[in-house]
Design a protein around this ligand. Sequence first.
Ligand code: FE2
Ligand code: FE2
Length: 167
Amino acid sequence: MGLEMSACDPIDSLRQEHDELRREVDLLLSSISEAATATPSDACIAAISGLVTSLAGSLPSHIRREEGALFSVFEKSFSDPCCTVVLRAEHREILCVLSSLLLSLEEMLKRPRSEEALSGLQAAANSLLSLFERHALREEQVFYTLARCNLSEQQIEEIDCRLKCLR
Ligand SMILES: [Fe+2]
Ligand SMILES: [Fe+2]
């Protein structure tokens, strides 16, 4: 039962991806705040655009890896995996807010010095942060622990293999 924590533990890798995503969203929020304090420079606008574009890749990728590896192996083993149903619904919500963030970025790039466009972007980034943080904590404190305690070593290895294919 279970597996010792190690650098290549697949559940630990997913947890590390949460920390990377948290850092990306924090950086985005501080760049937006910086842009809001004065007329934003071209470099600041480019940095915001780069961070949103990066999140548009890394966040769906984390969700795809988590669902395709951990959730699917967990769901094969439990006849009533109600917790993954809730977590999958939260993923859809997070992706929806990410789409709003991308739309807000488009709006800001059309009107880079508009306070209204910048505050729309800030609101979308704040929503993404709070939704993601609540979801990631639920996974880390409840689901990852539940999975670690209930999956066999062989199942953890299967998750690891699937994660490697989903890079
Ligand atoms: Fe998740
Ligand atoms: Fe996650």
